[in-house]
Design a protein around this ligand. Structure first.
Ligand SMILES: [Zn+2]
Length: 251
């Protein structure tokens, strides 16, 4: 099992971060992609320490919430992208639910990052919330080919548009929620060779721990539910996702 999206620098892990990492390993998590979207000294130090674990890889991006601070973080962000264990740019994208940064700024900063990713030939981890049309038009105009729509919550038609661009679609805890009809339906139409899974921890804990702090070891509940919905074994699904991770992130 691989967790393709974990925010392990979050302060909610300050008391037991190494325990959380150990628990993931003991549960059978073979790789974790740790997402860095904070550029304060503390978070960057934790991130570097996390990357010392063989099985933890990194992604760095300016989150749409912080698009307004792009110029402030730009230099350090570009430096971090050069670290040897960085396998993707992200998360980046658009979030019109929380307009922490104005939409115009979010769009400009998203476009810039897609440009940087294509110059560096890095895959992109995309966050899109309540910004369907703008996100799709920026993405399709960018010519980006290697990307994943992270924590996908859209409808079937939207998923198909991204599949047509060659993208991967990633599902998180909501696929396990009792009342979540949409992701349970949408995951069924995602071809095996385009599917990824993630916790997006510390957010969105799966149904069994809903509302609590999430962590990479809980990815097993997401694999169990996804395997069930796709009518295959967890082992088979784990093999499929590992292959997809290798194709997209090269690890
Ligand atoms: Zn995230």
């Amino acid at each position: 099992m691989i967790d393709t999206h974990a925010h392990l620098t979050d302060e909610r892990y300050d008391g037991d971060r190494e325990e959380v990492v150990k628990r993931a390993k003991e549960t059978g998590v073979k790789k974790i992609i740790c997402i860095l979207v904070e550029f304060d000294e503390r978070s960057m130090q934790i991130f570097n320490r996390l990357l010392e674990h063989d099985f933890i890889f990194g992604a760095v991006g300016i989150h749409p919430h912080d698009a307004k601070d792009y110029e402030k973080h730009k230099d350090i962000f570009l430096q971090l992208l050069d670290l040897p264990k960085i396998v993707a740019l992200g998360e980046t994208g658009l979030d019109y639910h929380y307009l922490n940064s104005p939409a115009q700024t979010q769009k400009a900063v998203f476009e810039k990052q897609l440009q940087i990713a294509s110059e560096r030939n890095l895959p992109v981890i995309i966050h899109s919330r309540e910004a369907l049309d703008d996100a799709f038009s920026i993405i399709s105009n960018s010519g980006i080919k290697k990307a994943v729509m992270h924590c996908f919550s859209g409808l079937e038609e939207e998923a198909k548009e991204y599949l047509n661009l060659g993208f991967y679609i990633s599902f998180a805890g909501p696929v396990t929620f009792k009342n979540a009809k949409k992701p349970k339906e949408v995951i069924k139409i995602i071809p095996d060779d385009r599917l990824l899974l993630e916790t997006d921890c510390p957010y969105l804990a799966p149904q069994v721990f809903r509302g609590e702090r999430n962590e990479p070891s809980y990815i097993k509940y997401i694999y169990e539910e996804a395997a069930n919905l796709k009518n295959i074994s967890v082992d088979k699904l784990a093999g499929i996702v590992s292959e997809n991770v290798f194709k997209l992130f090269g690890t």
